[in-house]
Design a binder for this molecule. Sequence first.
Ligand code: NAD
Length: 341
Amino acid sequence: AAVPAAAAADVRQRWAELAEQVEAAQFAYYVRDAPTLSDAEYDRLFRALEELEAAHPDLRVPESPTQRVGGTFSTEFATVTHHEPMMSLDDVFSLEELRDWAARVDAAAGRGDVEMTCELKIDGLAVNLLYEDGRLVRAATRGDGRTGEDVTLNVRTIAAVPHQLDGDGHPASIEIRGEVFFPVEKFEELNASLVAAGKAPFANPRNSAAGSLRQKDPRVTAARPLDMIAHGVGAVDWGRVTAPETRTQWGLYEQLREWGVPVSTHTRLVRSRAEAEEMIAYYGEHRHTVEHEIDGIVIKVNDFALQRQMGATSRAPRWAAAYKYPPEEVNTKLLDIRVHV
Ligand code: NAD
């Protein structure tokens, strides 16, 4: 991003350095599937940039990485414009920050104990699945949020993604958003086979999911045991079909399940902050019992009307928050990891 003009020279210099470091890390992570920093290091840089902008608001320009969905797309793929932009999530790193967010929800609702879904934050990569009259017609990565990469042929090889939705009464067009992930127990096997073939192993299951999906040859993707879980929708056009009265996030997941789209079995509907904190504590202890990696818990306002009322920033919805678990270990060897082809 270009350096904003207003702040003092040393502050602008610091801003430019941080923004450049964040953008370089994003390129390595989203385009090359080979991160140069650990997620904790990246999160620290991102926070430092946010804090600098909080102290110097004129630095908070629309081009700043803090104001955009953090990602981009590779020109090796055809590009796809999402009907509705794909957003990121605002992170909270402590229960105190979570309470601040929940207080904003209560203020918007005008009451306490607002119903929320508590969901595992799946550490994979986001995909946008476009179904027309119940048929999968296109699949794309998130990219920069507006424009993603066309990975339709690759996504078609994932057994969990239905080519045709079950039942009838489907919308004329619907964008179903989900997370493609690499099951943890298969990850070591994949790395062992890559090393045996003289190739570089992946840093973690998240990067193996991204690297396996973003392949030029769908046969490579087909040979990888990728899985998918849906966690939302984008643009929906019901066309001539009467829209069902789905008014909640929880109801949406039930609808997706009826269509044969996998949704998480771990999601809970909670009615108090104490219940949300209980889920956070539980999976903090049991994160390795889950079939995919998780890096936190996503908490979403359940009621669609309140979601609409709260709206979104240029980067993320205000009606959701991602509680991030502290890193388990910092991998200092990441810099050695080579690019995958
Ligand atoms: P994010 O990954 O923190 O949150 C947004 C994403 O969460 C969504 O796009 C969605 O795909 C996913 N998600 C998973 N489970 C979900 C659920 N139940 N409901 C809704 N969404 C769910 O934000 P981001 O902007 O995509 O990326 C930032 C994060 O990516 C960083 O915090 C870091 O962990 C990682 N990252 C790391 C590096 C690096 O260099 N190591 C670089 C860039 C990003």
